[in-house]
Design a protein around this ligand. Sequence first.
Ligand code: NAD
Length: 500
Amino acid sequence: MSPAVAAISHWIAGRAVTSDSERYGDVFNPATGEVRARVALASSSQVDGAIEAARRAVPEWRAAPLSRRSEIMFKLRELVDANRRHIAEMIVLEHGKTLADALGEVARGLENIEFACGIPQLLKGEYSEQSSRGIDVYQIRQPLGVVAGITPFNFPVMVPAWMFANAIACGNTFVLKPSERDPSVSIFLAELMQKAGIPDGVFNVVQGDKTAVDRLLEHPDVQAVSFVGSTPVAKRIYETATRNGKRVQALGGAKNHMLVLPDADIAMAADAAVSAAYGSAGERCMAISVVVAVGAAADPLIEAIRERTHKIKIGPGMEDGNEMGPLITREHRNRVATYVAQAAAEGASVAVDGRDHAICGRNGFFLGATLLDGVRPGMRCYDDEIFGPVLSVVRADTYEEGMHIINGNPYGNGVAIFTRDGGAARQFQFDVEVGLVGINVPIPVPVAYYSFGGWKASLFGDLHMYGPEGVQFFTRAKVVTSRWPDPSTSKVDLGFPQVR
Ligand code: NAD
């Protein structure tokens, strides 16, 4: 690696901090395959320094008036809005998605900051006057203290915003451990937060890998851990952090199905399947990776998807007109290609083979969009989350068979039905064991004033991410029972308190 390659720092107590260890990771430009930067991988003691900075910032920040916190979130909203393009370009250079896609990510992250601007309303408590004679009962919600967020590579702005917007607005201080694959933008966000008026120490970034994560999970001053990533890591994080007495929400991987009934508009369903399968090169936790085509829908649908798949423009995300970029690393690209080979060996038919696409001859981690037909549960391409531009089609004879397949899958993140029959859609909504459901909507990521979360192996913990459940996650309830009696009426009473 050339010595001119930039080093990406941590952000602790309001300033960029270089690494105290010799450990670095390479950060690639996936469109060229070149190393564009190296990221510091924090040692445990450096993580301790970030947690200590966050701990010191708690008393002042939790005491800041709600309107002050709201005002700062408004300023942050304005700064992120004004820097949309710059932020999106930073995402493209390290993640590889197209600029339009990255701008969409920034817009969805911004929604979470906008939601947090309403924190005075969101933190209003409950009050019951005269719960008993002269006694009032009320509930208030208070911040937890130091909280941590650990985020995946595929949304380096939106997923951190799912967490930090509510966490900080609620009065907590935050330590972010972003993905080591695309870490630069987290430092830019930290700078914007400082400009917005967030006091030093309230938002900190530790770059790193498992070493940094493990320290966050065991440190006694970290009260809660919010995680998004793959299922094996999510499960481990949930088990470790809960064992250490922390509050945890750990969102995992996915295998999202799209059920297409015979009455659906085939062209519309094909447009949706192609957009949701190949957008961001399939590196979205809400990507559609399996179409379940029911009965007579199958043949025309596969043909319509095949036709559209061939037309996708693939290339560097910064070049105008490209609709799909590269994958995140060479290893990941090759792993996805291996799934295609294995699918063919297991009896699936490769209707469109992305490995043959001309783009694969370029530098960069490119793979063409791939369509597999005749896929069944039990094949590796069905059972595993591939996280690449590979769409599998499973054929089912009936709605019931399709539902059986979907509900038999261990993941339960997102799902969609395409139909023109309102009754069938309503039945689907009732039957399906998945947390986020789309009716003629292929990527049902809820707006910021609802909450996001899957079921089964897609989420470990009770509370979903962002929105009202995010506010609940980052606060704890305190219930106060209060009376202001005339002291002359006071007497000893050993009976258990009851309403009088
Ligand atoms: P990942 O699990 O490899 O990494 C996520 C985070 O965990 C990163 O910060 C990483 O540094 C850290 N990490 C990785 N291995 C670790 C280990 N052994 N111990 C401790 N920490 C570890 O995930 P990724 O490849 O960055 O992201 C893709 C995955 O995230 C996919 O599975 C995708 O479905 C999932 N995802 C889920 C959602 C959701 O909302 N459910 C959203 C986005 C992404």
